[in-house]
Design a protein around this ligand. Structure first.
Ligand code: DC
Length: 228
């Protein structure tokens, strides 16, 4: 058993925010594996690689993956910075272009194998809150606590819209985007989004951020207390 929390769930389920708060309380690092898929997608776009060229994308992940470093960032929106070697790419990862390209990159088995290996290496060091889609099932099944966070698509769209300045009008588009990403994540042949058999399901639709954070911390302290 590794002193780690695996936090899986669909797009916009609030994993990043929850991970950040939980990690702050425990003094753990946040490892957002989605950011690594986004970084590969960014590099692919910058090199104008074809997004259906699995071999080229896998070779790219092989050369980039070992250079990824997560640094803590208490001030920033994500709670971490991602560096590729000396280059900080954090602010480039959430553009529309990258968000559109990343599901295709994440569907390539070779890319998944390379990134999962890097993620596992980081996770085995312990004292991490790791967020993603397949942490409890594939990357770090030994995590002391595995949580599968869900919320209705409508609630996730509402939360996302509330973060935008000119949000209200965009609700239908945001909801459609979330539904499409859910579909791609769950229908992917390799490591689809699914809860681990021993994950704790946490439906956050009717919970506040504070309640979710408190629940995860409580579950973790109980798990740690009950493992020899
Ligand atoms: O959580 P996010 O939106 O930053 O994830 C970006 C993309 O990467 C999304 O298409 C799901 C995918 N992903 C994945 O397949 N496996 C992970 N462990 C994390 C993210």
């Amino acid at each position: 058993v590794i002193e780690a929390i695996a936090l899986d769930g669909p797009a916009a389920s609030g994993k990043t925010t929850v991970a950040r708060r939980v990690a702050q309380t425990l003094g753990f690092a946040v490892i957002d594996t989605g950011a690594m898929y986004r970084a590969v997608a960014l590099a692919a776009l910058e090199r104008a690689l074809a997004l259906d060229d699995g071999g080229a994308l896998t070779a790219l992940a092989e050369s980039e993956g070992p250079r990824y470093r997560f640094l803590p960032d208490g001030e920033g929106e994500q709670g971490y910075r991602l560096r590729v070697g000396d280059r900080d790419v954090t602010d480039l990862l959430y553009t529309e272009r990258v968000s559109v390209a990343v599901p295709r990159v994440a569907a390539v088995s070779g890319v998944r194998a390379v990134l999962a290996r890097e993620q596992r290496r980081i996770g085995l060091e312990g004292r991490v809150v790791m967020t993603g889609r397949d942490i409890g099932t594939v990357v770090l099944p030994e995590a002391a606590l595995k949580v599968f966070m869900t919320a209705s698509a409508e609630e996730r769209a509402r939360r996302r819209v509330a973060q935008l300045d000119d949000g209200a009008e965009q609700f239908p588009a945001v909801l459609a985007n979330i539904r499409e990403r859910d579909r791609m994540d769950s229908e992917r042949a390799d490591s689809p989004l699914v809860a681990a058999a021993d994950a704790v399901a946490l439906d956050t639709t009717a919970l506040s951020l504070e309640q979710v954070v408190a629940r995860v911390l409580e579950l973790f302290s109980r798990r740690v207390a009950s493992t020899p």
